[in-house]
Design a protein around this ligand. Structure first.
Ligand SMILES: CC(C)(COP(=O)(O)OP(=O)(O)OC[C@H]1O[C@@H](n2cnc3c(N)ncnc32)[C@H](O)[C@@H]1OP(=O)(O)O)[C@@H](O)C(=O)NCCC(=O)NCCS
Length: 177
Protein backbone atom coordinates (compact mmCIF):
# COMPACT_ATOMS: atom_id res chain seq x y z
CA UNK A 1 0.00 0.00 0.00
CA UNK A 2 1.41 3.40 -0.91
CA UNK A 3 0.61 6.28 1.37
CA UNK A 4 1.19 9.79 0.07
CA UNK A 5 4.59 10.79 -1.22
CA UNK A 6 6.86 9.76 1.57
CA UNK A 7 5.78 6.62 3.42
CA UNK A 8 4.63 3.10 2.65
CA UNK A 9 2.61 0.66 4.70
CA UNK A 10 3.14 -3.06 4.30
CA UNK A 11 2.25 -6.05 6.46
CA UNK A 12 4.69 -6.65 9.29
CA UNK A 13 7.15 -9.49 8.79
CA UNK A 14 9.67 -11.42 10.86
CA UNK A 15 12.51 -9.19 9.68
CA UNK A 16 10.93 -6.18 11.44
CA UNK A 17 11.26 -7.81 14.85
CA UNK A 18 14.73 -6.45 15.71
CA UNK A 19 13.70 -2.82 15.20
CA UNK A 20 10.38 -3.31 16.97
CA UNK A 21 12.15 -4.86 19.94
CA UNK A 22 14.40 -1.79 20.12
CA UNK A 23 11.35 0.48 20.26
CA UNK A 24 9.72 -1.76 22.87
CA UNK A 25 12.81 -1.21 25.04
CA UNK A 26 12.79 2.59 24.58
CA UNK A 27 11.82 4.22 27.90
CA UNK A 28 10.75 7.58 26.44
CA UNK A 29 8.64 5.98 23.73
CA UNK A 30 6.91 3.53 26.06
CA UNK A 31 6.17 6.41 28.43
CA UNK A 32 4.42 8.29 25.61
CA UNK A 33 2.45 5.12 24.88
CA UNK A 34 1.54 4.65 28.56
CA UNK A 35 3.23 1.26 28.57
CA UNK A 36 6.21 -0.49 30.10
CA UNK A 37 9.50 -1.41 28.45
CA UNK A 38 9.75 -4.98 27.19
CA UNK A 39 12.77 -7.22 27.02
CA UNK A 40 13.58 -8.91 23.71
CA UNK A 41 11.84 -12.18 24.63
CA UNK A 42 8.65 -10.31 25.53
CA UNK A 43 8.80 -8.42 22.23
CA UNK A 44 9.30 -11.65 20.32
CA UNK A 45 6.29 -13.25 22.05
CA UNK A 46 4.06 -10.19 21.45
CA UNK A 47 5.19 -10.06 17.83
CA UNK A 48 4.44 -13.74 17.18
CA UNK A 49 1.00 -13.33 18.77
CA UNK A 50 0.20 -10.29 16.60
CA UNK A 51 1.29 -11.97 13.36
CA UNK A 52 -0.92 -14.99 14.03
CA UNK A 53 -3.90 -13.00 15.33
CA UNK A 54 -6.93 -12.94 13.04
CA UNK A 55 -8.32 -10.07 15.12
CA UNK A 56 -5.43 -7.72 14.36
CA UNK A 57 -3.99 -6.04 11.26
CA UNK A 58 -0.42 -4.92 11.86
CA UNK A 59 1.48 -2.82 9.35
CA UNK A 60 5.07 -1.62 9.17
CA UNK A 61 5.66 2.02 8.22
CA UNK A 62 8.57 2.55 5.84
CA UNK A 63 10.15 5.51 4.12
CA UNK A 64 10.30 5.39 0.32
CA UNK A 65 13.92 4.30 0.80
CA UNK A 66 12.77 1.24 2.76
CA UNK A 67 13.73 2.38 6.28
CA UNK A 68 11.39 1.02 8.96
CA UNK A 69 10.25 4.04 11.02
CA UNK A 70 7.07 2.89 12.76
CA UNK A 71 4.20 0.50 13.12
CA UNK A 72 0.44 0.82 13.20
CA UNK A 73 -2.18 -1.72 14.08
CA UNK A 74 -5.88 -2.30 14.24
CA UNK A 75 -6.28 -4.68 17.10
CA UNK A 76 -8.98 -6.23 19.30
CA UNK A 77 -11.15 -6.34 16.18
CA UNK A 78 -14.64 -7.41 17.22
CA UNK A 79 -16.08 -8.62 13.93
CA UNK A 80 -19.65 -8.80 15.18
CA UNK A 81 -19.90 -5.28 16.65
CA UNK A 82 -17.44 -3.78 14.15
CA UNK A 83 -15.20 -2.20 16.80
CA UNK A 84 -11.41 -2.08 16.71
CA UNK A 85 -8.64 -0.33 18.61
CA UNK A 86 -5.96 1.67 16.80
CA UNK A 87 -2.38 1.70 18.11
CA UNK A 88 0.37 3.68 16.36
CA UNK A 89 3.95 4.67 16.98
CA UNK A 90 6.63 6.32 14.93
CA UNK A 91 9.60 4.68 16.59
CA UNK A 92 12.23 6.90 15.05
CA UNK A 93 11.81 10.35 16.66
CA UNK A 94 13.32 12.10 13.63
CA UNK A 95 10.15 11.26 11.71
CA UNK A 96 7.66 12.58 14.28
CA UNK A 97 5.86 15.91 13.83
CA UNK A 98 6.16 15.81 10.04
CA UNK A 99 2.60 14.86 9.17
CA UNK A 100 3.41 11.16 8.74
CA UNK A 101 1.28 10.13 11.73
CA UNK A 102 -1.85 11.77 10.32
CA UNK A 103 -1.28 10.15 6.93
CA UNK A 104 -0.81 6.62 8.25
CA UNK A 105 -3.72 6.91 10.68
CA UNK A 106 -5.94 8.06 7.79
CA UNK A 107 -4.71 5.12 5.69
CA UNK A 108 -5.57 2.67 8.47
CA UNK A 109 -9.02 4.24 8.81
CA UNK A 110 -9.53 3.59 5.09
CA UNK A 111 -8.57 -0.05 5.70
CA UNK A 112 -10.88 -0.22 8.72
CA UNK A 113 -13.95 1.30 7.13
CA UNK A 114 -13.60 0.52 3.42
CA UNK A 115 -11.85 -2.87 3.41
CA UNK A 116 -12.80 -4.44 6.75
CA UNK A 117 -16.21 -2.77 6.89
CA UNK A 118 -15.82 -1.88 10.56
CA UNK A 119 -18.25 0.47 12.31
CA UNK A 120 -16.09 2.22 14.91
CA UNK A 121 -12.41 2.69 15.64
CA UNK A 122 -11.29 3.80 19.10
CA UNK A 123 -7.98 4.56 20.74
CA UNK A 124 -6.61 5.37 24.15
CA UNK A 125 -4.05 8.13 24.57
CA UNK A 126 -2.39 9.68 27.61
CA UNK A 127 -3.89 13.13 28.21
CA UNK A 128 -0.43 14.72 28.31
CA UNK A 129 0.44 13.39 24.82
CA UNK A 130 -0.69 16.59 23.10
CA UNK A 131 0.96 15.85 19.77
CA UNK A 132 -0.79 12.50 19.46
CA UNK A 133 -4.16 13.98 20.43
CA UNK A 134 -3.76 16.76 17.85
CA UNK A 135 -2.82 14.15 15.22
CA UNK A 136 -5.93 12.04 16.00
CA UNK A 137 -8.18 15.12 15.90
CA UNK A 138 -6.85 15.93 12.42
CA UNK A 139 -7.89 12.42 11.35
CA UNK A 140 -11.45 12.84 12.59
CA UNK A 141 -11.26 11.23 16.05
CA UNK A 142 -13.37 12.86 18.74
CA UNK A 143 -12.82 12.76 22.48
CA UNK A 144 -15.40 10.61 24.28
CA UNK A 145 -14.13 10.76 27.83
CA UNK A 146 -11.25 10.60 30.24
CA UNK A 147 -10.39 7.94 32.81
CA UNK A 148 -7.69 7.73 35.46
CA UNK A 149 -5.50 4.64 35.18
CA UNK A 150 -2.40 3.29 36.87
CA UNK A 151 0.15 3.03 34.07
CA UNK A 152 3.83 2.53 33.45
CA UNK A 153 6.54 0.79 35.46
CA UNK A 154 5.60 2.54 38.73
CA UNK A 155 1.83 2.24 38.31
CA UNK A 156 1.57 6.04 38.32
CA UNK A 157 -1.94 7.50 38.07
CA UNK A 158 -2.33 9.06 34.62
CA UNK A 159 -5.29 10.50 32.76
CA UNK A 160 -6.18 8.53 29.64
CA UNK A 161 -8.38 9.97 26.90
CA UNK A 162 -10.70 7.70 24.90
CA UNK A 163 -11.16 8.89 21.31
CA UNK A 164 -13.39 7.39 18.64
CA UNK A 165 -14.37 7.74 15.02
CA UNK A 166 -17.49 6.21 13.50
CA UNK A 167 -17.78 5.04 9.92
CA UNK A 168 -20.37 7.78 9.31
CA UNK A 169 -17.85 10.44 10.49
CA UNK A 170 -15.23 9.00 8.18
CA UNK A 171 -17.55 8.93 5.16
CA UNK A 172 -18.59 12.53 5.84
CA UNK A 173 -14.94 13.62 6.08
CA UNK A 174 -14.03 11.81 2.87
CA UNK A 175 -16.94 13.42 1.03
CA UNK A 176 -15.90 16.88 2.26
CA UNK A 177 -12.22 16.51 1.28
C1 LIG B 1 1.63 10.13 17.91
C2 LIG B 1 2.30 10.09 16.54
C3 LIG B 1 1.92 8.80 15.81
C4 LIG B 1 1.79 11.29 15.72
O1 LIG B 1 2.44 11.26 14.48
P1 LIG B 1 3.19 12.60 13.95
O2 LIG B 1 3.67 12.33 12.60
O3 LIG B 1 4.19 13.01 14.98
O4 LIG B 1 1.96 13.63 13.97
P2 LIG B 1 1.60 14.73 12.86
O5 LIG B 1 2.84 15.45 12.46
O6 LIG B 1 0.76 14.11 11.80
O7 LIG B 1 0.62 15.68 13.72
C5 LIG B 1 1.05 16.20 14.92
C6 LIG B 1 0.27 17.49 15.20
O8 LIG B 1 0.49 17.85 16.56
C7 LIG B 1 1.01 19.16 16.62
N1 LIG B 1 1.88 19.18 17.79
C8 LIG B 1 3.18 18.83 17.90
N2 LIG B 1 3.60 19.00 19.17
C9 LIG B 1 2.53 19.43 19.87
C10 LIG B 1 2.32 19.80 21.23
N3 LIG B 1 3.30 19.70 22.13
N4 LIG B 1 1.08 20.22 21.59
C11 LIG B 1 0.07 20.30 20.70
N5 LIG B 1 0.21 19.98 19.39
C12 LIG B 1 1.43 19.55 18.99
C13 LIG B 1 1.73 19.37 15.31
O9 LIG B 1 1.88 20.75 15.03
C14 LIG B 1 0.73 18.67 14.37
O10 LIG B 1 -0.42 19.46 14.14
P3 LIG B 1 -0.59 20.39 12.83
O11 LIG B 1 -0.42 19.48 11.64
O12 LIG B 1 -1.94 20.96 12.95
O13 LIG B 1 0.50 21.41 12.90
C15 LIG B 1 3.86 10.17 16.70
O14 LIG B 1 4.23 11.46 17.18
C16 LIG B 1 4.42 9.10 17.60
O15 LIG B 1 4.51 7.95 17.21
N6 LIG B 1 4.80 9.48 18.83
C17 LIG B 1 5.41 8.53 19.76
C18 LIG B 1 4.49 7.39 20.17
C19 LIG B 1 3.11 7.85 20.55
O16 LIG B 1 2.94 8.86 21.25
N7 LIG B 1 2.12 7.10 20.08
C20 LIG B 1 0.73 7.38 20.39
C21 LIG B 1 0.30 6.66 21.58
S1 LIG B 1 -1.45 6.83 21.84
Amino acid sequence: MCDGESVLLRPMTERDLGTMARWDADQELTNLMGGVVRCEDESRARFAKLLGDRNSVTMAVLTQGGLLIGDIELTEIAWRSGDAELVVRIGDPAYRGRGIGARIVSSMLTVAFEQLNLARVYLRVCADNHRAIRCYHKCGFRREGVVRRNLGPNDDARMVVLMTILRSDFIRMEAAS
